[in-house]
Ligand binder design. Structure first.
Ligand SMILES: Cc1cc2nc3c(=O)[nH]c(=O)nc-3n(C[C@H](O)[C@H](O)[C@H](O)COP(=O)(O)OP(=O)(O)OC[C@H]3O[C@@H](n4cnc5c(N)ncnc54)[C@H](O)[C@@H]3O)c2cc1C
Ligand code: SF4
Length: 505
């Protein structure tokens, strides 16, 4: 009994299921036992998509199996009411000398969890799935107030990791090949279906549990196809590199009706639960390029997402929280329309992407940014409510990644901290990059009248509502010049159409 009492507890939460977990990797099996808790109360805190709940709980159960097979002593609380009760029970049973955890990915969560341990000391280790430290990020800033662009940060990351470097110069002479990566989905566009992982017995038992406890949550548990173990996540990654990677770059902005995945990696659910490490994926991408199996544009694009955007978003989150989440620089106050939950709208593009989010908890980056996000931006939807919807509905959604992507990049509610200009677009862009408009009830080439596409009049109305502010932005000079050339009667018609339509939302 005395030897069990002196053991350290390593508490692992659902998005930290990796042998690289820095709390786990800092101890040995003789001196530590692992604690894992499925908290139903935590799962009910928000209206999480059912597939997101299945993913987390199934990843936990599979990781628990892996730990047991490796000989770890495990105290696992299945379908337990809440964290507090389970931690108390664990402490009563084992009297750990201390609790070790990896830093949580959500602001404020460390102290909340630590407070549950009573007098048992709780120590936090750095997160294992990021490759920059806060100190490195801070060192790039002149002062606490100054901001760093993603592009500058990304170049630092390329130099730091040595990825796609040719000595001290970027491979091929350019840091960024985005201009080659914006092809519309023409007749020549091809994509391969992503590997699917039907539910095994463990996942099926989790699906049953989610249906028992979270029946009222949005989304569906049907047609399960995500990986839930490191082994399968590695297979998903191998399938991407083999079958979709080379075509990922050029067509990464393309959208097609009924095809949510196209050539995207769909690896974020696994990276964000720590089943895969971003650096191992970035290195594999470079290997494919060096072997002549992928173009430089695809490789650079993918590596930029992983060591550029993902790291940048993580660092921004910790630098600016908690005040940042409540920013609303454009004074957007409209409530989120019901169709974001139901998909019931005549706008063919939004209806399709919302239906696929309901089914899979996934949409690719451009569908998130230029359909779901763009609409919220130009219609003036409330940033906090929009952020909440995104956070609940995506299998890869967590506070750290949603807040800067939604409040910052998408809604420009941070006044330009993450992105230097708002990603606002009319139907022109959507029509160019997708096949949605062809069969839509709205006309993509008109801005006024009964069947005018809402993306058009809302876009112009958005620019007018923020004309003074946007006119000062160099990157918006061209579009603001176009607006300036419009006469008063056109302006009034747009404003009235937008206002009338917004009232129906
Ligand atoms: C409104 C909005 C909400 C988003 N919400 C999330 C979210 O909840 N979780 C999430 O992981 N990503 C989020 N992103 C970023 C990005 O859209 C997703 O990471 C990507 O679509 C996931 O699909 P994939 O794995 O097929 O990505 P790919 O297109 O194959 O990209 C590869 C990887 O790069 C990383 N990545 C790319 N862009 C970003 C980014 N902007 N921020 C962080 N990581 C990035 C992801 O890990 C992704 O798996 C959001 C973007 C927007 C505009
Ligand atoms: S016409 Fe407008 S609403 Fe319809 S699919 Fe095109 S962009 Fe979407």
């Amino acid at each position: 009994m005395s030897s069990t009492k002196s053991k350290v507890t390593v508490w692992i939460t659902g998005d930290q299921c990796s042998l690289l977990n820095s709390a786990l990797s800092s101890v040995n099996q003789e001196s530590a036992r692992v604690l894992m808790i499925e908290s139903v109360t935590r799962g009910s805190m928000r209206r999480y998509h059912k597939k997101k709940l299945v993913l987390i709980y199934s990843v936990m159960r599979h990781f628990a199996e892996e730990l047991r097979a490796l000989g770890w002593e495990l105290d696992y609380y299945s379908e337990h009411a809440d964290f507090g009760a389970a931690v108390n029970e664990h402490i009563r049973k084992f009297s750990p000398s201390k609790i070790l955890m990896m830093k949580q990915s959500e602001y404020g969560a460390d102290s909340k969890l630590a407070s549950l341990a009573g007098s048992v000391p709780v120590e936090f280790k750095e997160h294992c799935n990021f490759i920059t430290t806060a100190e490195e990020f801070e060192a790039l800033h002149k002062t606490k107030e100054s901001r760093v662009t993603m592009e500058r940060f990304y170049r630092q990351m390329r130099k730091k990791t040595g990825l796609l470097m040719d000595g001290s110069e970027p491979e091929g002479g350019e840091w960024n090949y985005d201009k080659e990566n914006r092809k519309p989905p023409g007749a020549e566009f091809q994509w391969n279906k992503a590997l699917s992982f039907p539910p095994d017995a463990i996942t099926q038992s989790v699906i049953d549990m989610v249906e028992r406890h979270f029946a009222e949550h949005p989304g569906t548990t049907e047609n399960w196809n995500y990986a839930v173990s490191r082994q399968d996540a590695l297979r998903a990654a191998a399938d991407f590199f083999e079958n979709r990677f080379d075509n990922f770059g050029p067509y990464q902005d393309a959208m097609l009706h009924g095809e949510p995945f196209l050539n995207h990696s769909v690896l974020s659910p696994y990276i964000n639960t720590c089943l895969l490490h971003p650096l191992e994926l970035a290195k594999e991408a470079e290997k494919k390029y060096r072997e002549g199996k992928a173009s430089l544009a695809s490789t650079e694009g993918f590596i930029r997402q992983l060591i550029g955007w993902r790291e940048f978003i993580w660092q921004v989150y910790w630098r600016v929280m908690p005040e940042y989440k409540n920013r609303n620089a454009l004074n957007a106050t409209h409530k989120l329309p019901d169709f974001y939950w139901t998909g019931e709208t005549k706008m063919r593009c939004l209806s399709d992407v919302i239906n696929t989010v309901n089914e899979h908890g996934y949409a690719h980056h451009i569908a998130r940014l230029m359909l779901l996000g763009n609409f919220a931006l130009i219609a003036g939807l409330d940033p906090l409510e929009t952020n909440e919807w995104f956070n609940c509905m995506f299998v890869d959604g967590y506070d750290w990644v949603m807040v800067p992507n939604v409040i910052g990049m998408t809604l420009h509610a941070d006044g330009g901290y993450v992105g230097t200009k708002p990603y606002a677009a009319s139907a022109n862009y959507i029509n160019k990059m997708s096949n949605y408009c062809k069969n839509c009830e709205y006309k993509n080439n008109t801005s006024t009248g009964e069947d005018a596409c809402p993306f058009n009049f809302l876009y112009w109305d958005f620019l007018m509502r923020n004309e003074e502010e946007f006119s000062k932005n160099q990157r918006m000079a061209l579009v603001m010049k176009g607006l300036k050339a419009r006469d008063d009667s056109w302006r009034m018609e747009i404003q009235q159409t937008a206002e009338k339509w917004r009232r129906t939302l």
